[in-house]
Structures are given as C-alpha cells and as structure tokens.
Design a protein. Structure first.
Length: 94
C-alpha cells in the first residue's frame, strides 16, 4: 500500500471504522473473531493513531494515553506506610 493510498484512507475513515480498528487492536482480533497478524496489528495501530491526530481527538482519549502524575507528596513517597516502603529493597534478599 503506497503512502498516498494510506493517507487517503485515513482522510476518508469514518468514526465507526476508527472505533472498529481501535477495538481490533485492543483485542488483537477482528469483529468476526479471526486473530490479527502482526502486520495487521501494526497497520491498524498506525491508522488509529494517524486518525486521532488528523481529527484532533483529545489526548486523553487517544490510544496509549497514560495520565501523567504531578510531583508532590503522593509521587515522592511521602505518607507511605514504612512497612511497604522497604518492599522493593527486601525483595532482593533470598
């Protein structure tokens, strides 16, 4: 598939096709139950991501979005139970 054809497909993609491709990538299978190949998964994911950019889908609704945590007490380890704070350190001892 040439870039020009792929670009045209993205521009003409309907919201329902976008949702179908997004679901196929998430489940790794087509609506009829057939598994996506690695190449199909890659192309569908690229199509979904490009659709989101072209159609200004809010960042928080895009595939792969992870909420950013801000610096502060919760992210610094403050107020963490001391019994839990040493778990990572103690996990190496066996």
């Amino acid at each position: 598939m040439s870039d020009m054809t792929f670009e045209r497909m993205i521009q003409q993609m309907s919201p329902s096709i976008y949702e179908s491709l997004k679901q196929a990538v998430a489940l790794r299978k087509w609506p009829d139950g057939r598994l996506l190949t690695r190449e199909q998964t890659k192309l569908c994911l690229e199509a979904v991501m490009r659709y989101e950019v072209e159609n200004n889908v809010p960042e928080s609704e895009r595939v792969g979005y992870l909420e950013r945590r801000t610096c502060g007490g919760a992210s610094s380890g403050a107020n963490v139970d001391p019994a839990l704070a040493g778990l990572a350190r103690d996990a190496g001892r066996d």
